[in-house]
Design a protein around this ligand. Structure first.
Ligand code: FAD
Length: 422
């Protein structure tokens, strides 16, 4: 008798990288997604930075003040609306519990190890799939306007051996990245993370899905919405698509912000809240005037990267439920930044704007492991700001756990009562 397939729900970067890892271990995999193709939601137009240097939990003692300022509308990059949303309050209370120094350090350590491992795994996956040309591995910059903030960040990273960073003063920064000279008065210096990489998450995920489908190791079914599950005695027997039933050996949830919708009828609800972000993507005119390295402008709360003949700028963290509107005042901030800093390097009229909902856990690390009350239900969701960074590593780890191997890393998942975490 042929073995039933492993069913993955979700064809974002997390679902596709999980499928790749399971297929590499010799398993038959079906990936289901409601959208008409891979990487159509949060994995669509993110910044594209494999941001090993940025792998830290938002939940920290200092974050309490930031959250209060955001609720009062006094934090430019962060906004909290929908204060009547019970899901936001449940998430917020759990976030506050993670804001102690000890928990912040433990969660940051998980993210840092996961990110560093994942970056190396992604390089190997890219090689296996023939997609190396879509990635660059020259490092990334974290720019600071204030010398004290820079010194503080350098100290914090110096203490964390999983994230070695070089501090660059203003002269060293402009020496390395001449395209930033226009804005030289704004920056005091930068941290350089040599382990950062960059590439278009959507193009990569699409390429990976195509390759896996062509090889025949993974079947992708789009326009396919999972409506529920058939269960018996702590086992998921089948996945339901309306009237259609697909029996499964194992089921993996890679469903981003929508994960709680599917799991509530199963008796548990992961604390994954949508944190809305925006991006603008401009066609290039003169690439020589643009930075070669991706960077995060820490004062402006913006990420900037160039690849595939385009400049992409992303910004903002809004706690606004599942609202996907593109208000003009947000777009204006992105346009203004690009016009001031790179106006002569891009075609200001050839631009597209996008918004995505980061699936964010209160602790920072994703939920990665087996759901305790079912012997064959697994989760790989809640990757927040770092889903592209951690995708290949999380795919490899969940595939190892699902097939009975010892995962190469342990103690990297967020904790929850319903989860047997990796
Ligand atoms: C502005 C912005 C910038 C970012 N920049 C970076 C960055 O530079 N580096 C980085 O590492 N990360 C970045 N991220 C984060 C990253 O994009 C996400 O963490 C990642 O895309 C999440 O991937 P996912 O596969 O979990 O979710 P998604 O891509 O949203 O995929 C989930 C999929 O599940 C499907 N689905 C859900 N429910 C069902 C159902 N019932 N039936 C069928 N299908 C279903 C959905 O259709 C969807 O396709 C950024 C995010 C934003 C918003």
């Amino acid at each position: 008798m042929t073995q039933q397939p492993i069913v993955i729900i979700g064809a974002g970067v997390i679902g596709v990288m999980s499928a790749q890892a399971l297929a590499a271990l010799g398993h038959r995999v079906i990936v289901l997604d409601r959208e008409p193709g891979p990487a159509q939601l949060c994995s669509r137009a993110n910044a594209g930075i494999i941001a090993v240097g940025d792998a830290q939990s938002w939940a920290a003692p200092e974050a309490i003040l930031t959250l209060m300022r955001a609720m009062a509308g006094r934090e430019p990059g962060v906004r909290v609306t929908r204060l009547g949303d019970p899901a936001l309050w449940r998430w917020g209370l759990a976030f506050l519990r993670n804001c102690t120094r000890a928990r912040h350090d433990a969660n940051t350590d998980r993210l840092a190890r996961l990110s560093a491992f994942s970056r190396e795994t992604l390089r190997a996956v890219a090689q296996d799939l023939g997609l190396e040309d879509l990635l660059r591995h020259d490092g990334g910059l974290y720019l600071y306007s204030d010398a004290e903030d820079l010194a503080h960040a350098a100290g914090a990273h110096g203490a964390n051996s999983a994230q070695p960073m070089d501090a660059l003063d203003r002269a060293a920064l402009f020496d390395r990245e001449g395209a930033l000279a226009l804005a030289q008065d704004r920056f005091a210096g930068a941290l350089f993370s040599k382990r950062d990489s960059v590439g278009d998450c959507h193009v990569f995920t699409k390429g990976a899905a195509q390759d896996l489908a062509t090889r025949g190791s993974v079947t992708f079914r789009y326009d396919s919405e999972v409506s529920g599950f058939d269960t018996a005695d702590g086992h998921i027997r089948a996945v339901r698509l309306g009237d259609e039933v697909i029996t499964a050996q194992h089921v993996l949830l890679a469903t981003g912000v929508e994960t709680p919708d599917l799991t509530r009828p199963l008796g548990f609800a992961p604390l994954i809240y949508p944190v809305k972000g925006y991006s603008g993507t401009w066609a290039l005119r003169d690439p020589a005037r643009l930075p070669a390295l991706p960077y995060i402008d820490e004062a402006a709360h913006l990420a900037v990267a160039v690849y595939g003949g385009q400049l992409r700028v992303t910004a903002f963290a809004e706690f606004a439920g599942r609202d996907r509107s593109l208000p003009s005042h947000r777009i204006a901030v992105l346009k203004d930044y690009v016009t001031r800093n790179f106006g002569s390097a891009v075609d200001l009229d050839r631009v597209t704007f996008w918004t995505g909902l980061r699936p964010t856990t209160p602790a920072g690390p994703p939920y990665l492991g087996r759901v305790r009350r079912y012997d064959n239900l697994w989760i790989n969701a809640g990757h927040g700001t770092l889903g592209w960074t951690t995708s290949a590593g999380c795919g490899a780890l969940i595939a190892q756990a699902m097939t009975g191997d010892t995962p190469e890393l342990r103690n990297v998942s967020a904790r929850a009562r319903w989860l047997d975490p990796i």
